[in-house]
Design a protein around this ligand. Sequence first.
Ligand SMILES: *Cc1c(COP(=O)(O)O)cnc(C)c1O
Length: 489
Amino acid sequence: MIAPQRNHVRSYRATLGDMSSSPWSTPPSTPWSTPPLAGGPEGADALRPLLGTVLDALRDGATARGGPLPPGGPGAVTAHLRDALADVLPDKGTGAEEALRTLVTALAHGAADPAHPHCAAHLHTPPLAVAAAADLAASALNPSLDSWDQAPAASTLEALVTRALATETHPTGPAPDALVTTGGTESNQLALLLAREHHGPTLQTVCGANAHHSLHRAAWLLGLPQPVTVPAPHGTLDLAALDAVLTDLRGPLLVTATAGTTDTGSIDPLPEIADLCDRHGATLHVDAAYGGPLLFSETRRHLLTGLNRARTVTLDLHKLGWQPVAAGLLAVPDTALLDALGHTAPYLNPDDDTRAGLPDLLGRSYRTSRRPDVLKIAVTLRALGRTGLGHLVDQVCDAAARLADQIDEDPRLDLYERPTLSTVLFRPTGATDHTVATTRRDLLTRGHAVLGRAHAGGRLWLKATLLNPHTTPDDLRELLALVEGSTTR
Ligand SMILES: *Cc1c(COP(=O)(O)O)cnc(C)c1O
């Protein structure tokens, strides 16, 4: 078989012009040489010098930036990047070294860098070096988790890690399991999809006013009725209002609670919500995209009591898990609950392959080609252990408590409430909402700080979401000084 194929390639190539005698070598007259690959025994040696270039560019870009983000706002950043890039698709390539140096330096220079202690707007995590290094291996090997013959070991690793993590959320489940997702958005959508497949298309979702916007989009995308929203006047779902809504509604119900809200980091009262679900025959989903990793903390895991009573749990290790995006999970107490996702494509999981013992992976996602995001997660879990991860969780939550103390002690600043997780809302005393909004934009465009914003208690607040375990009390004092300086300018 082999010889005719090669002959065929040779004759095909020959028709293209002056190819040399071997179909795989290039004519000496052209400067082109086929770029090296990342995999195989030679891949590492091809990557090594390029990595040196990448790492130098990361350092140079971050040094040139000097702060949490580049100054000047979108206009300045766009101009800088346009200059660096010049021609997106040049006729003649510049070569790997130059392309990496130019673009990685420009991107690092123009980054909002969550590794800077004053970049604290969103659930935008500073990835651990060990996780980023593991992600490089995922890119080099490029296993794709849609069939076993593209990912023999990666699929086993995913099975082992997802079971172990689901055992954290559902320790008493009959067969805990989890799907790896691109994040909370996909996990929430899968949760609604599984509930719809179980209960039918009349399924009514009930969520708090504090719930993540992705739940509304998921209902829209899945053709479900729009969620009924229950008030959350103090940042958490109001139990009496939930009881009333569940009493009024007819038909199958899915209640979604949040463990770690995006605006305030609050945790809904999970045991009481689970009791109400039991009483009204509703299914419970918990969106623990933010708060889930409290499970690793000895001193804080009690805050998630009741999580195990959810039929589906959203986790997001690219938040309090210090993974590069993407690292989402949807955990269930019983792997059978995932059966609805089962799907056959004859070229990926034919029945005879499955009967012969090849794992059937298509039902592990609704994506087809899929990165082994589980590798960086597995490496991090092993490198840090439960204790190490729990310690990181405690560090950022303790930093938030310290920031709240500093705000409390400062008569020029108002604190919204004591933080539950690592989110702190505050505002300059006596400021209008307009001043709060312009203060945030001013810090942003001057390149001084990246803070978020949130509406709570009828007012607009500045939001600091602390995810950097290296942040010191002095960093926090400087952050507050920047806010005060910006407000009084
Ligand atoms: C971040 C977040 C999401 C969305 O997760 P992505 O990873 O951004 O898709 C959903 N729910 C909550 C509570 C979140 O904090």
